[in-house]
Design a protein around this ligand. Structure first.
Ligand code: CUA
Length: 333
């Protein structure tokens, strides 16, 4: 009965979890390990809850005050070696089992080196956005991580190096992997082998300042051919359009270029996100707004409107200049 109940509960949770970033709808091996572990801990805790709660209710009922009890002391009982031994040994056994399972899960998930043939991505946490560098392919992008589907006879898992540019962040995409801290002056590792294509949302999971909650993360899982097409697109430098020559010149004359890179131009800044293929991304400001012309104008005019505290300054440009710069930005496909 209890097993049936928890099965129904688990399936209900799974259905709801598929729509949201939940650890109970794992779509890759590390996330499945974490989910299995979580269910085990919940099951053990549920059994403890039922036993302790049941005994409390039993005692409340069995030893309740009855008529005629007034002024009479209940029987006083001092110590029971058997009971004390039981409630010491049983919890120790439970903690022992839990620590063994924890150690097994950690050992199964921890990899300090990239296995042969895995995709390597270096994720760098910034206040408040993510930089993704693909060392094998030689390009950098931001906030939207693309990785290949990993399934069947020819799996292609992704191995992530986690680094921070400033403070401690934490990378967490609940359906793909457990959360792992991103620590300055240290490289942590994480891996994921998604079994279903689609969009997976995640978020910085360690308080890192004003816009911690606005440090969102999107992972796009694509079949091999789609991923390779995306890589090829990202690898090419920005296309220089003759019709936008003056807009490009305007962009290159502003301070934008000291923080942003547009490959193939003089813009080589590294403080902010790489903009070479800005329009290949669905969102702006690490997921806080849709990436479209109207929001880009808002963003360039005053980033604080969309993301209070954002590190990008309002450049105090004239409306005509903002329009020109945004014309150039929307051409970066
Ligand atoms: Cu980065 Cu919280």
């Amino acid at each position: 009965m209890l097993a049936l109940g928890s099965l129904v509960l688990a399936q209900g949770v799974n259905a709801a979890a598929r729509q949201t970033p939940s650890i109970f709808a794992p779509a890759s091996t590390p996330a499945a390990e974490v989910a299995g572990y979580a269910w085990l801990v919940i099951a053990i805790c549920a059994v403890i809850f039922v036993i302790v709660g049941g005994m409390t209710l039993f005692a409340l009922y069995r030893f309740r005050a009855r008529p005629g009890d007034e002024g009479r002391e209940p029987p006083q009982i001092y110590a029971s070696s058997q009971i004390e031994l039981a409630w010491t040994v049983v919890p120790i056994l439970i903690v022992f089992v839990l620590s063994l399972v924890t150690a097994r899960t950690i050992l199964a998930l921890q990899k300090d080196e990239r296995p042969e043939g895995w995709l390597e991505v270096t994720a760098i946490g910034h206040q408040w956005w993510w930089e993704f560098h693909y060392p094998e392919y030689g390009f950098t992008t931001a906030n939207e991580l693309h990785i290949p589907l990993s399934e069947g006879a020819d799996p292609w898992p992704t191995f992530l190096n986690l680094q921070s540019q400033d403070v401690i962040h934490s990378l967490w995409v609940p359906r793909l992997s457990g959360k792992t801290d991103v620590i300055p002056n240290r490289t942590n590792h994480l891996w994921m082998d998604p079994h279903e294509p689609g969009l997976y949302v995640g978020q910085c999971a360690e308080y890192c300042g004003t816009q911690h909650a606005g440090m969102l993360l999107r992972v796009v899982v694509e079949p091999r051919e789609d991923f390779e097409r995306w890589v090829a697109e990202q690898q090419r430098p920005a296309v220089a359009r003759e019709s936008l020559e003056s807009e490009r010149a305007l962009f290159e004359q502003t301070a934008c270029i000291s923080c942003h890179t547009v490959r193939g131009t003089v813009a080589r800044g590294e403080f902010g996100p790489d903009l070479t293929h800005l329009m290949s991304r669905a969102t702006l400001g690490s997921g806080v707004a849709r990436n479209d012309r109207a929001n880009l104008i808002e963003w360039v005019t005053n980033p604080d409107h969309l993301k209070p505290g954002a590190r990008m300054p309002a450049m105090q440009l004239a409306p005509a200049e903002i329009n020109g710069i945004v014309d150039y930005l929307v051409s970066l496909e």
